[in-house]
Design a protein around this ligand. Sequence first.
Ligand SMILES: [Zn+2]
Length: 716
Amino acid sequence: MNPESLIASVAINFGLAMVVLSLFSILKKQPSNAPIYYARRLSLNHQIHFDRRFFSLRRYCPSLSWISRSFRVPETEILHASGLDALVVIRLFKFGIKFSVVCTVVGLAVLIPVNYNGQDELSITYHSMDAFTISNISRGSDRLWIHFGCLWFLSFYALYLLYKEYNEILIKRIQQLQQIRDRPDQFTVLVREIPFCTEHKARACSADHFFSKYYPHDYHSYQILYNGKDVEELMNQAKSIARKINNLKERSEVKQTNRSGTFLLDKSDREEAKLALQEEKLEELRLKINQLQSESTLKQKELPVAFVTFKSRLAATLVAQSQQHSHPLSWITSMAPEPRDVSWRNLVIPYRILPLCRLGVFLTATLLTIFFAIPVTAVQGIAKFEKLKKWFPPAMAIQLIPGLSSVITGYLPSAILKGFIYIIPFAMLGMAKLGGSISKSKEEIKTCNMVFYFLVGNVFFLSLLSGSLLDQIGESFSHPKDFPARLASAVSAQADFFMTYILTDGLSGFSLEILQPGLLSWDCIKSCFYCGRKEKNPYLYSLPYCRVIPMASLSILIGMVYAVVSPLLLPFLIGYFCLGYLVFINQIEDVYDIIYETCGEYWPHIHSYILMAVVLMQITMIGLFGLKSKPAASISTIPLLLLTLMFNEYCKIRFLPSFRNFSVQSAMKNDELDMKSNRLEANYENASNAYSPPCLQPLNFVASGSSSTRLFGSSS
Ligand SMILES: [Zn+2]
């Protein structure tokens, strides 16, 4: 790519982002858009102050107030209001900022001057971006030792940051678990594969026999689960009928206020008949549901799964982390997820076929990752204008308009790629739901992993290998030793593509995220349809971890791989992470709902993504030093690689267990705190009632319009 294409790309992305962000700052000030831009605050019944005067200049002027507010929000406020998971997302952006600032300083102060003067004889007649990259250094030059030094420095800096973050998040996690110690899950254990009690012909009592025999002092109660698919279906039907009734009632109220003439009277009679019919239907459903919820019917639908509550956290912790029976496939225990996080649908799946479900999901995700290559390589083909001209001669016309070919090569490929990639998290989340996880949070963490490896495979590696793709892969398999060299040559050739990718992903991606164009147009259509007479409910969605975390992690990966190779990319990354930070603070504060709190269980996964980035950076440099005929530098990088891998092993034993288990020490400490304040009994009593499965929930949806029409916004 020549500098003109890069400038075109910068200009387009920057201009677009400015337009979108100013539009956002104006739309946010309009009271009618509050359900979109203040969804979370509205759902929490916060007061929002708008300038309601119609002819006010301030109301229609773009402003930067949201930016300055985002900068002022402290971490403690995010932790307090939205929990540790939201804070982890913000910390990821902060990590990106910290890392890319140091890389930029090193790049601008050391690497770029060295690269620019890299050719020993002054033969730079062409002006290309290559003059600033490592490609400009001649083979065997001793200047490569400077790159070698920078690589060691940046690697150690990255590892230091990783260690510090992991440690801080672990401390915050332990504090948070103490803060939220009223939560029912600390007293509750999920038990699976409960055997059938032959004496009483039921499973439920079996749980009671077992736990009162082996934990007589600590066992409190149990909640067996049922296969309640039919009840839930009927409940959904009843809910939709209730919604219809509410709508009819509202409409007739409006009619009554502005009734005129006999024609309308006739119409309202017809509507009343309709209303009576619907109410009759609802009553019928209610009877049916009550019948299905009766004890005798439920007994036949028992599942071998129960939530068992204990009288102390200590007991629950010990039971959850130990083997209960000499047959390891019965009485399987694990810590329960919090009630709002439970994935009830997946608890129906028998424990023994779970490995099959997981294998199925893994295979499907792998197939999707592999076959996604087809559109990506097509996009890469367009990126090379020369190729396009060969395949599609009319494309020559593009050259007639000045500047257009720069636009096409600079902007279009990454924009199309982004469009394809936008739908991937949704597809992966749909797949992860079939994997049998016990909680929504685990499903989303799994999705994060799948999306991240998908992005690494399809955005990073495929963009590198595009061209003679199959040959490259084939040769990499037959000569695995050549892999670093291949990677290195591909990495240095694709620097400019990733520069435009970061630009598009950052500027357009984040500004569209904050503008929410989809919701905005949906809201517009809806208000035209209802003529704006209905009170609008907030569009409440949960924070999309599986979209944000993999995208930001991929940008860190790209930044790391290019930190030494092409330092010109790093200043763009600072902008990327700063914009992401501002946008997501705004979204977490005002827009997205938090539907569960895992107390930072996302971080170990983010840690492994970033560590993979460090390893890739080192492998690329081993290859590059080899290509540049500097084998001594190549070999001297290998100890660094081994050190990084050892660091990873250390982190696994130092931090990971505390993210998987609840320690006896913390459990006891929380129990003691509760005993001091006399809350222990109230807390476990509360826990024993918290895990009521959806099919047992009472019917209470016919209350008023506002509670039943909320359904649309609630995210699943
Ligand atoms: Zn029994």
